[in-house]
Design a protein around this ligand. Sequence first.
Ligand code: TXA
Ligand code: MG
Length: 322
Amino acid sequence: MSAPVLEPDDEAIARAVRTLRGGGLVAMPTETVYGLACDASHGQAIARLYDAKGRPSFNPLIAHVADEAMARREAGGWDGQRGAAARLSAAFWPGPLTLVMPFATDTGSVSDLARAGLPTIALRQPDHPVAQRLIRAFGGPLVAPSANPSGRMSPTRAEHVAAEMGDLVDLILDGGACRVGLESTIVSLVGMEPALLRPGGLDPSDLEQVLGRPLRQGGDRPDAPSSPGQLLRHYAPRARLRLNAIACDEGEVFLGFGSQGVSGSSDANLSPSGSLIEAAANLFTLLRALDDRATAIAVAPIPTIGLGLAINDRLQRAARRE
Ligand code: TXA
Ligand code: MG
């Protein structure tokens, strides 16, 4: 069934907030492109979001915030880099600028899965009244990739979303045509100097003027992110991983899937019901938990379809010994 397309009045915003709280997916207009939003802290919703987009692997998502205060809770080092984040956000927020910052593990709420396991967080305050009202009414960050199936053009009208994603989302808020129509410019403030990761809705020379220095080009290709590699360096468990295991060997704990079940009390199951969406949502959390418990983990076979491709990709990288 195709999702309803609603005029964004107070009632529609309230309904969208209820949908988000329940782990649902809401297409929202921003000034750049329509985004497919969900609760940034809700693992299962995020797994569903990746699945709906058909992304072949987990690609980190941008967290959309209502204001600088919300951004400061998610990002560490806001005042570092000679105040670059403070200066850029003062000049260009709300607007089509995404800042990649160190993630604040103590106060941040955005889940590991939304960040693709990276120690960083991409943040943006969108300049669209509907997006702003939605984030404010929800009361926390919303992660939102462009609301298109992976590999297709980004949508700039509610009709585009309805046509391509209508069956996969719960609600579409119609905010008219997007003002910018191009995705946000992404700047990383993680390294020694600011770097342009993705050209977008802002002129880089305007950014350079505010920064008072040139932007380093690239370093990271946002559309083929180095995140999977960084993810593994960051996430590589101390424990040895043995994949496609049917049972435990001596000294191993078991990470099961579906009926490839759990026997011991220290074992875990990615999804007893065999749901790849649930397994994706649980992957990082359970790997960490087992890593704390054992020096060797045997992992049940995960089907290599849908989100299972990304799960297997992550598991294979995690199993590789450097
Ligand atoms: O204008 C936009 O940015 C739109 C609207 C909806 O806000 N969103 C958007 O999201 O374009 P998406 O998911 O299509 O693209 C986000 C890009 C991806 O290329 C991703 O790799 C990059 O941002 N990204 C997210 N977090 C990152 C991080 N921590 N480090 C480096 N790149 C990151
Ligand atoms: Mg996109």
